[in-house]
Design a protein around this ligand. Sequence first.
Ligand SMILES: [Zn+2]
Length: 382
Amino acid sequence: MDTNPDSSQQDQSMNSSTAGAAEAPKTGWGMDFEVAVCERCDWSYLMPTGSLPQTCPHCFQAHLTSLGEQLQELPYIKPPELCLPFTLSSARLAQSIESFARGIPFAPADLNPKTLQSRLRRVYLPMWLVDAQVKASWQAEAGFDYQVVSHQDRYQDYGGWTSQEVKEGRVRWEPRLGRLDRTYSNIPVPALGEEGRIQSALGAYALDDARPYLPETLSGSFVRLPNRTPEDSWSDAKPAIQQAAAEECGDAASADHIRSFRWSPEFASQNWTLLLLPVYASYYQDDEGKPQPVLLHGRTGRLSGARRASPKRAQSTALSMLAAALVFGLIAMVILLVGIAMPALLAIGVIVLVFALLVGLGAIYPLAAVWWFNRQERPGQI
Ligand SMILES: [Zn+2]
């Protein structure tokens, strides 16, 4: 079978850039900017000159160090072609933070929507989109669904023999091979080593709404600079293109499934587009005053962060419960003493005493819940 899907329909409208190291890095952004790095978490940022706080918006634990004019060490510092705008409403943002806090027993007092919103930073994360022309011969096994109908006969004591139709789904596999001449466009490829973790924590981005880069988009925002060049990322692009090709060959063969796809591709005309994705960064302080960073998807509001319960809040709740237990215990003792003279009160005294003991024992719960929660939770820093 010869498969030659038509590539002329592909959207080629996106601008493209050529891979390369930082040449004349200060041009093309359309604004004055500075470049800084966090020496604690090693995230590097580009940001409009003089307008932003100098604390790292990733770990919130270190001041950024300006790189001045020493930009040659950075893997890539050319301006992006595309940008996905922030669209998250403040109501949705507050809702997201509230539901995050609700999932933590005895959440720290600092973890509340108002505080987190007051510390919010806008950060753009980079992603590559690659276009590539591919010529290849391929072979695979194409799977076709079909149903087998059989009949099961059963004997029942009162009904005699009955026959029941049983349908069973099966897949028929057939070998297929062909040639492919195709351009694949806008295949997403990580521009950050940590992108896999970020995407699994925040969810994917729908890229349809990407807009051409305009300098004013970055007003008040940090831009995380790529730590992978197109050359570094090409090894991730090839499997993604192969996956797209396998699916297309399956479609071309009208197959329901495709497996054992093998090909010998020749790639040409690669074009790389840098796209910026929006995230919000903020933090709350735990009991020790240590910032616990949280990241939010800039369009869906999905939130990821370290979840720490507050032992201090648990202790104060436990102390309140113990104090209440003590008060009820004293009341019970008084009633029991009076009950020596008035036996009718003895039963009430015993009930109040049992209640006091239960409240006293219940004081263990806040401490145990917080200890268990903090033990179970893995560090949430991306
Ligand atoms: Zn940092």
